[in-house]
Each structure stands twice: as structure tokens, then as C-alpha cells.
Design a protein around this ligand. Structure first.
Ligand SMILES: [Zn+2]
Length: 66
């Protein structure tokens, strides 16, 4: 297990790894400066990408527009 540090303030990070259908996603958060981001395979990603990977269907608005 590797300990990561916050790129902003160098404090130890809290990392929570969850398993979604597409693999593991890690939520990194810093209690000191309140940064929060996701990592996939060690790379940072957007929350939108994680939600997409969770298999959430398209928004009803775009599917059922008139
Ligand atoms: Zn920080």
C-alpha cells in the first residue's frame, strides 16, 4: 500500500477505493485543504467519468426530449 500526499499542501491523503463494473476507482481527499478527486489506475479523473463508469443511463432529459 502506497501512501500518497496532497499535491497542494503535502498532507497525507485519505484514499477510498471502490469497485465499479469497469474496475477500481479511488477517491482521494485531503482533510487539510479539502481537495477531492478521483483516480483510475493511478491517474486522476473527473467525477463525471466515474459516474459514467458506474453504468448510469443517460439523463431522461436527453432521452425523452420533445
Ligand atoms: Zn491538501
Amino acid at each position: 500500500m502506497s501512501s500518497s500526499k496532497c499535491p497542494g499542501c503535502d498532507a497525507p491523503l485519505v484514499q477510498i477505493t471502490i469497485n465499479v463494473g469497469a474496475g477500481e476507482r479511488t477517491l482521494c481527499s485531503c482533510a487539510k485543504c479539502d481537495r477531492r478527486w478521483w483516480q483510475v489506475d493511478g491517474r486522476s479523473t473527473t467525477l463525471d467519468g466515474v459516474i459514467h463508469d458506474l453504468g448510469k443511463p443517460e439523463t431522461p432529459r436527453s432521452r425523452f426530449r420533445r
